[in-house]
Write a protein that binds this ligand. Structure first.
Ligand SMILES: Cc1cc2nc3c(=O)[nH]c(=O)nc-3n(C[C@H](O)[C@H](O)[C@H](O)COP(=O)(O)O)c2cc1C
Length: 357
């Protein structure tokens, strides 16, 4: 049914559909009978064998909704009902900004991919804070932090610090997004020149805000287009400054082997073409830093085998965006069923046995 509907909707602008779906999920999520129906049709039944622990927190299973899908924390209730075990909202910027001109999301169904050049559109941190103040209990919510387009790179630290200070009481963890290809120069923040000071400042801010409690986890999200030396620099600095983990990866600028007519569009590519590269990065990071960092695998997760591959490479958690778009509302349920089948085939009784090892 979703595929037939998808073919119909695919004639319309991708972002218009996205906004409509998120608005619908926002409404459904807030109405208990609709939420219950969503849960019954799409939810993931509790299963201790799928539970994982990452940075001391228990997650019902490893699959979360990746940054950028629910930019404004509209669908927290619905995300839980749809079976996700955590959500990353945002990316938020301090001040409201329009993002790039539309259209700015392009489908490549032939490739199981999307290209986007959103450029962090949003209503800014005050609007997001109000939403998160009323967030439902039960679903771990992380916030992805970004800088405004017109903030000079040298002042980026101020944007990230302001966001962390404002949002700290209202989220469970924070992802420092320095890897979107759609904000000019943002990816330069991944170099030692900028990153060391940025992470040191944010870590200090988190410690101050935490008071006597342990600071909430800070993660950094990296681009798949970094080379190994650059990835190792990020990992070294993440360890040096006491970060909880790395989210790997954001979208890619690579365009190898695509068939979709939209392949020439400017922006970041997500989905199946990114899968192998992001898994390879997880494996490399796990080899280099052992269990000292929590790794979150993102890129081309469409089914249970994709989740398995990222966990086997060393991720403790995984996230998906494009797979959810193409597979539809039962994505999490089907993917976790597939994961359970794969665990049985591999002789793994519970994910706790393998995750993070
Ligand atoms: C339309 C769109 C918007 C996105 N916006 C963000 C964002 O605001 N912040 C972010 O960290 N990642 C963003 N991403 C990247 C995803 O979170 C994810 O890292 C990437 O798409 C790879 O995962 P996937 O193959 O499952 O889509 C966006 C992706 C898409 C397709």
């Amino acid at each position: 049914m979703y595929r037939a509907l998808y073919r119909l909707l695919a004639r319309l602008d991708a972002e218009t559909i996205h906004d409509g779906v998120v608005a619908g999920l926002r409404t459904a999520g807030k109405a208990p009978p609709l939420r219950a129906a969503l849960r019954a049709l799409c939810g993931v039944p509790a299963d201790d064998a799928l539970a994982v622990t990452a940075f001391g927190v228990r997650f019902a299973h490893p699959l979360g909704l990746a940054g950028g899908f629910d930019k404004h924390a509209d669908m927290l209730h619905a995300a839980a009902a749809l079976g996700f075990a955590h959500i990353e909202v945002g990316t938020v910027t301090p001040r409201p900004q329009p993002g790039n001109p539309r259209p700015r999301i392009f489908r490549l169904p032939e490739d199981g991919a999307l290209i986007n050049r959103m450029g962090f559109p949003g209503a800014g941190v005050e609007a997001l804070t109000k939403r998160l103040e009323r967030r439902p209990a039960g679903l771990p919510a992380w916030v992805s932090l970004g800088k405004n387009k017109d903030t000079p790179l040298g002042d980026a630290g101020r944007d990230y610090t302001l966001l962390l200070e404002r949002l700290y009481p209202h989220a469970d963890a924070f992802t420092i997004n320095i890897s979107s290809p759609n904000t000019p120069e943002l990816r330069r923040l991944q170099t030692r020149e900028y990153l060391s000071d940025l992470l040191a400042g944010l870590r200090e801010t988190a410690a101050r805000l935490a008071g006597n409690a342990p600071p909430k986890p800070l993660l950094v999200k990296i681009a798949p287009d970094l080379d190994w030396a650059e990835i190792e620099t990020v990992a070294e600095l993440a360890l040096q400054h006491g970060l909880a983990g790395i989210v790997a990866t954001n979208t890619t600028l690579a365009r190898d082997g695509l068939r979709g007519p939209a392949r020439g569009e400017t922006g970041g590519l997500s989905g199946k073409p990114l899968r192998a590269r992001s898994t390879e990065i997880i494996r490399h990071l796990r080899g280099g830093c052992g269990d000292r960092l929590t790794l979150v695998g993102v890129g081309g997760v469409f089914d249970g085998d994709d989740i398995w591959d990222k966990l086997a490479a060393g991720a403790s958690l995984v996230q998906a965006y494009t797979g959810f778009i193409y597979e539809g509302p039962t994505f999490a349920r089907k993917a976790l069923r597939g994961l359970k089948r794969r665990m049985q085939a591999e002789g793994v009784a519970s994910l706790a046995e393998m995750v993070g090892r």
